[in-house]
Design a protein around this ligand. Structure first.
Ligand code: SUG
Length: 448
């Protein structure tokens, strides 16, 4: 049976703005308070989706969330009509209003961790929504994420959904941004690679000193258990705490993997050699030949990686077996990174081509090509069971660009978030979107 890796990209929501909300994420902090352009952000994302579809990859769309999240503000004590809730939050607690307006659900690599059916005990594709509890603005995503994923992957014969882990820092879970799956073929059993930043219950593990480690070992282990993964099918590895302190807030800022290949920075992990040995051994037992490309720090520094998002790239397998790397424009702008990439593609290794995309609107909040997509490996039968409304096609691309052009603003500043009209605009747009994507009722304003 044929199998695919389907990329579901987050559609940027109408309130995309630069709130400076993510301590430890250099781009988010340094672009705080700049005016954003939600329309351009959404169109840049759609262009990437269309380009991948045109290259022959199966591409899907993941819907944005209702923002401002009035229910979150109500849970913090703001009351009255929806307009009054927003008005009072703007007056008394602007940071809370900004957080409740974040369009951060666009970075769907953080929506959930996904295990393909070939890896799981019950032979279904498993999803665990990420609790994202390191940041308030992200911790409010998972209830709607679960409803949207449920509407996309509804068939219980093929898909199993788990609620987010307990909402405490000890089980901090950031989803697929810290998870990679290696395999010979997407439809065969593979090895799932979970990368954590610290242990919550065992003080022998080192931890970063400056910035938070968002993912814990215990959260990764819980997800592996929930998904029914076997001992032979998992490898847990610790991120190097010093790179977290340099702005690597998710592992996908310093490493990316696909098929039998791990592409990573020399300083990405702790105990790199033994971890690579374990991956090699466990993949060999599954008939796969693991390979890694380590980018040396004297060619590309951790700072270069953080600023260019070299590793926040999409590593895609083409029909001829070679691989393609999708990188953001910022890689071309960095001479060391660009020269490294020229050498990489001409060296005769697995990565043969690099394609560059302009994703500046998202990048300025620390979200590159890899952050914007959730990978779901599916066999033909499972793909046929996915809600067809969310699979990208030329007509859907046209409809969605028309929808963005109709509903989105082209400038958004902090003061605009206090405008109750913005909430109405968003609800009108999202109501239409659920019809376009055939999702049914998934948003709080549709179900309460
Ligand atoms: O969680 N930025 C996101 C970026 C997530 C990137 N995802 C991956 N690496 N997979 C975050 O830090 C910034 C929002 C703001 O500042 O307005 C933000 O949430």
């Amino acid at each position: 049976m044929k199998s695919f890796e389907v990329n579901f990209d987050g559609l940027v929501g109408p309130t995309h703005n630069y709130g400076g909300l993510s301590f430890g994420n250099v781009a988010s902090q340094s672009n705080s308070q700049q005016a954003s352009n939600p329309k351009e952000a959404a169109l840049q994302g759609l262009e990437k989706m269309k380009a991948l579809m045109d290259m022959g990859f199966v591409q899907g769309v993941l819907a944005p969330q209702e923002r401002p999240d009035v229910a979150a503000l109500r849970s913090l004590g703001f009351s009255g009509t929806d307009a009054q809730v927003i008005e009072r939050a703007a007056k008394d607690a602007m940071p809370l209003l900004v957080a409740s307006c974040s369009a951060s659900s666009m970075w769907v690599a953080n929506a959930a961790t996904v295990s393909p059916s070939a890896d799981t005990a019950d032979g279904r594709v498993h999803f665990t929504a990420a609790n994202l509890n390191c940041k308030f603005h992200r911790s409010i995503e998972h209830p709607t994420t679960s409803r949207v994923l449920g509407a996309m992957f509804a068939d219980q014969q093929h898909f199993a959904h788990h609620a987010a882990l307990p909402a405490v820092a000890q089980f901090g879970d950031e989803g697929a941004a810290n998870h990679t799956r290696f395999c010979r073929d997407y439809g065969e059993a593979g090895v799932e690679f979970f990368v954590y930043g610290r242990s919550a219950f065992d003080s022998r593990y080192p931890a970063p000193q400056k910035y938070p480690a968002r993912q814990t070992l215990e959260a990764s282990q819980a997800v592996a258990r929930l998904h029914g993964l076997s001992e032979e099918g998992v490898v847990f590895a610790q991120q190097n705490p010093s790179v977290i302190d340099q702005g690597v807030f998710h592992n996908d800022v310093i490493a990316v993997g696909n098929g039998e290949l791990l592409f990573h920075h020399q300083d990405a992990f702790l105990n790199t050699e033994s971890m690579l040995d374990e991956l090699r051994r466990k993949l060999a037992a599954r008939g796969a030949k693991f390979e890694s490309i380590s980018v040396p720090r004297d060619q590309v520094t951790v700072d270069d990686a953080v600023r260019s998002y070299l590793f926040n790239s999409q590593l895609l397998s083409r029909a001829d077996g070679s691989m393609l790397l999708i990188v953001p424009e910022e890689c071309r702008a960095n001479p060391r990174v660009w020269s490294y990439l020229q050498g990489l593609t001409s060296a005769g290794g697995p990565i043969r081509e690099v394609k560059v995309f302009d994703l500046k609107q998202s990048m300025q909040n620390g979200g590159g090509p890899a952050c914007l997509r959730l990978r779901v490996a599916l066999n033909e039968t499972e793909l046929a069971a996915v809600n067809p409304g969310v699979i990208m096609s030329a007509p859907l691309y046209d409809t969605l660009t028309g929808w963005v052009n109709k509903h989105y603003r082209d400038a958004l500043r902090e003061s605009d978030l206090a405008d109750p009209q913005l909430l109405l605009e968003c609800r009108t747009a999202l109501d239409e979107l659920t019809q376009i994507l055939k999702l049914g009722s998934v948003y709080p304003f549709q179900i309460n």
